[in-house]
Ligand binder design. Sequence first.
Ligand code: AMP
Length: 236
Amino acid sequence: MAQERSMAVAEFLSKAELIKQGAEARVYRTEFLGKPTIVKERFPKRYRHPALDEKLTHRRTVQEVRSILRCRKAGISTPVVYFVDYTSHCIFLEEIVGSVTVRDHIASAQQSGSRTESELEQLADRVGKILGRMHDEDVIHGDLTTSNMLLKRGPEDGEDELVLIDFGLSYNSALPEDKGVDLYVLEKAFLSTHPNTESLFEKLLKSYAASSKKSAAVVKKLDEVRLRGRKRSMVG
Ligand code: AMP
């Protein structure tokens, strides 16, 4: 039964549009039950022992779905999960149609200078707030970058919706250290992707601190991780 379903999924994906071939997964765009859909397919890695690979892949798929559902339950925007096939390790997700990544949004704002500084500050404020709420749910994203945040056009004159994606490396933890490292990963990605945005990132952190109930311990850990990072780069 599971094998048959898996073959049906493979047949279905052969007609879908491949939009990304990563080291761990392929991402497709398609239509599922009449809805624009993104399918994330984790494939076997030959260099791993098959039983271990199966276990790891299964765990990652379960964790990705669990984190998305946890966030959605808490009112944090993430794509709807339409269907999961644990045999072929495929997750069918709502496609956030007409969205741009926060990365592209900031880059084009910086390039054209068309958006005011306060507009980008508002965006940083919203990102900080959503991450504070996510961490209060004890969800660690594991791969926070501005590419993993989408801006979905809101209704005319309305605010764009901020949607978090790609929970493939996520897990559950209440530890301030894990949350601090999650923010550190974002800080590194943010500052290297968007030059001269130190004050924008500080704005994000301020809003994170204001929105998360347990932020003091997390920000303290972030400072410690930063210090460790600095020492390491001085030694290297
Ligand atoms: P991922 O490997 O999950 O980061 O997905 C790769 C790329 O596919 C992302 O950078 C997005 O541009 C796009 N993408 C992933 N999920 C969605 C989604 N639910 N809606 C729209 N685009 C998506």
